[in-house]
Write a protein that binds this ligand. Structure first.
Ligand code: ATP
Length: 433
């Protein structure tokens, strides 16, 4: 079988099937493999059952030249991965004396005698490549059959898996791929906010045929839609960068006002950079987001340069006491209203003596909604000096989704003001599909 970009992942463990452990290994491997230009074509999860593991590995090897298994490498009676795969590859298990010595030494340093059953952790299928695992007792293993198909076995413990994947597996696969296939898979991600996925699709529709063989994938999230432009290895290596840049440029030309970054850029960090550049400070006044916006801002090291104070004013009384919102305003218009969010942001800005501010008040649910203010109704405000932008959005989703979407939309409102400081007051009722 020809070595290609395709990789299958098999995660092994009853706890994964029972939902007791979330399969973070598969997600991590998918992400890192994609970053390294490999395409994960299928992920399978099986329990601690020798027959099921054998079936899954055989099936994966019939479709892909590389299969990565995680889990089931330990010394207990429910750890079947190594003997099963060794048998499939017709590679008898043999004790590797160097591994055994290292294992004994590891136990000696901990001051305990190595249980005899751990000897199996020093067993290696004949001819397999050993990937050292300094973080644990189960090393990684690479088996290759006569057709060049590769099966990589990795321990399930997440931090061990991560170390082995980054330090051993990806470099190994890169070496294995070198010279055997065309260009690597390469991609660029463009991050947008404040525009629905369908509107993004409509805007870039006519661009797609012009940028072939590159493709564009939509990756919608609470925070907005990411667009990933991918070169799948068909283009000569020397042309890939220029083709990706050209595609990015064409997409930027139609989505410019919604693009806040590339790769893994975070909107709060983009805002932070703008504030730092201009020597401005920011404050937050949050009700339904409960501090999420302050968290997003302070997730970034060095944010104390521009962020000093943020308040969570969940109760009406707190809005009066900490932000000087008038009881009359709330009585007349309600706590979730444009006049209230306006007084919240002004109060926050004044009290913190900050140039910029964000305020949010809304109904995250599940209770508290009414026919004119259903669950998901959120009033957002952003301020820069004396300019204030307000917006009402009715967000879909559950409590957590509404809070996350509201935090992102509020950040987006301030970002808009920082980029384009027009002193207009906007009140838009929008329902995001
Ligand atoms: P060990 O040598 O420590 O026994 P192992 O290869 O046998 O390692 P498992 O026993 O399958 O690994 O799992 C060890 C730990 O890692 C368990 O706590 C398990 O819940 C966790 N784990 C296993 N697989 C995954 C996965 N796919 N995602 C996240 N955690 C996992």
């Amino acid at each position: 079988m020809k070595f290609d970009h395709n990789v299958e992942i098999i995660t092994i463990g009853d706890e994964l099937l029972l939902g007791q452990t979330i399969d973070t290994n598969a997600a991590f491997l998918s992400r890192e493999l994609a970053n390294a230009g490999f395409r994960v074509t299928r992920r399978t999860t099986v329990g601690d059952n020798a027959e099921n593991i054998a079936d899954a590995v055989q099936d994966a090897l019939s479709c892909s030249s590389v299969v990565i298994c995680t889990g089931g490498l330990g010394p207990t009676q429910d750890d079947f991965t190594k003997p099963v795969v060794a048998e499939l590859f017709d590679a008898p298990l043999e004790v590797d004396t160097r591994l055994l010595d290292a294992l004994r030494e590891r136990y000696r340093l901990r001051g305990i005698a190595m249980p005899e059953r751990n000897i199996c952790q020093a067993e290696v299928p004949r001819g397999a490549l050993v990937l050292p695992n300094p973080r644990g007792t189960a090393c990684g293993l690479v088996l290759r059959d006569a057709d060049g198909r590769i099966c990589i076995l990795l321990p399930g413990v997440p931090h061990e898996l991560r170390g082995l994947a980054l330090e051993e597996v990806i470099p190994f696969l890169r070496r294995a791929r070198a010279g055997t296939v065309g260009g690597a898979i390469r991609f660029r991600t463009i991050r947008t906010t404040g525009i629905a996925e369908s509107a993004v699709a409509e805007k870039i529709d006519s661009i797609l045929p012009r940028i072939r063989p590159l493709t564009v994938a939509f990756l919608p999230q609470f925070a907005g839609s990411d667009l990933r432009i991918t070169s799948w290895g068909e283009l000569p290596e020397a042309e890939v960068d220029a083709a990706l840049s050209d595609a990015e440029q064409q997409i930027r030309s139609v989505l410019q006002s919604h693009i806040y970054g590339t790769g893994s850029d975070d909107l709060a960090a983009v805002i932070g950079a703008l504030l730092r550049e201009r020597g401005l400070t920011i404050t937050t006044a949050e009700s339904c987001t409960g501090g999420l916006i302050a968290k997003r801002i302070t997730d970034h090291a060095g944010s104390s340069d521009y962020f000093g104070t943020g308040v969570v004013t969940y109760a009406n009384e707190a809005k009066q006491r900490l932000l000087d919102v008038s009881p009359q305003t709330m009585a007349e218009h309600g706590a979730v209203s444009e006049p209230t969010v306006r007084e919240m942001i002004r109060g926050a800005q004044r009290r913190a003596d900050a140039a910029a501010a964000i305020a949010v008040t809304g109904i995250a649910g599940p209770g508290g909604g009414s026919s004119d203010k259903p669950v998901g109704t959120v009033w957002l405000a952003a301020a820069l000096h004396d300019q204030v932008l307000t917006r009402k959005i009715v967000f879909p989703g559950d409590r957590e989704e509404i809070r996350e979407r509201a935090a992102q939309a509020a950040l987006a409102l301030l970002w808009k003001l920082l980029k384009d400081p027009v002193p207009t007051q906007v009140q838009v009722a929008a329902r995001i599909a």
